[in-house]
Write a protein that binds this ligand. Sequence first.
Ligand code: ADP
Ligand code: MG
Length: 237
Amino acid sequence: MSGVDKWFGELHVLQDIDLSIDRGEVVVVIGPSGSGKSTLCRTINRLESIENGEITIDGQRLPAEGKELAKLRADVGMVFQSFNLFAHKTVLENVTMGPIKVRKQSKADAEKRARELLDRVGVGAQADKVPAQLSGGQQQRVAIARALAMDPKVMLFDEPTSALDPEMINEVLEVMVGLARDGMTMVVVTHEMGFARRAANRVVFMDGGRIVESATPEEFFTNPSSDRAKDFLSKIL
Ligand code: ADP
Ligand code: MG
C-alpha cells in the first residue's frame, strides 16, 4: 500500500498508509477500536474503495473495479470475526463453492482438495454437517479452510478469535500458527498478543487512521517507541 487515503464522509479513516509486506511475512495489526484496522483489511481486497494511493499485490496494481479486480481479489483470502459461512450449505459445499465457481475446478477435484484442507484444520469429520451443527471454533476453522481452498497469495484475518468462547480460541490460533510456519503471507488483526509473539515477523500499531509504529514483536513489546503504543499496551497487557 502506498500513500493510501480513505474517507468515510468527513472521517479520514486511513491516512497516508504506506505498508509493504513481503511474501511469507506475517504482519499483526493492533490498535484501539476505531483506529482503522478493519478498514485497512477491507481496502486490501477492495471491499472498500480508496481515494488516494495504490495497492499492489504480487506486482499487480489493484484496479477499482471490473474483471481484473475479481481475479486479483480471488488471490486474497479473508477470514472475519463472524465466520460468514453459508448457513444452508454443508461444510464441504462451503469450501468447494469458490473453487468450482471462480477457479473453475471440477466438483471431484474441489471436493478432494476441500477434504484435505478440512483435515488439515481438524474438522474433516464435520464435512457433511451444516455450520449451525458446529462449535464456533470449528466454524472458524471451516472459514479458514474455505479461504485456503482458493489458493490465496495472502490471507487477511480480521479479529478471527474475537467472537469465540475462550476455550475455542487456541484451536483457531494453532491453525493460524501452522499456516504462518508453512510460509503463508498473512495480515492478522488481533488482540492475541501471544499469537503476535509466536508468529509475527512484524507488528503494526495503528491509531487514528495512521500507522504509528511498525516493529518486530520483540522491539514492539519490550520497547515501543510511541507514547500511544505504550499507553495501548499498558491497557491490554
Ligand atoms: P477498527 O477495526 O480498528 O476498530 P474500523 O476500520 O472498523 O476500526 O473503523 C474505523 C473508523 O471508521 C471508525 O470510526 C468507524 O466508526 C468508521 N467506519 C467504519 N466503517 C464505516 C462505514 N462503512 N461508514 C462510515 N464509517 C465507518
Ligand atoms: Mg475492526
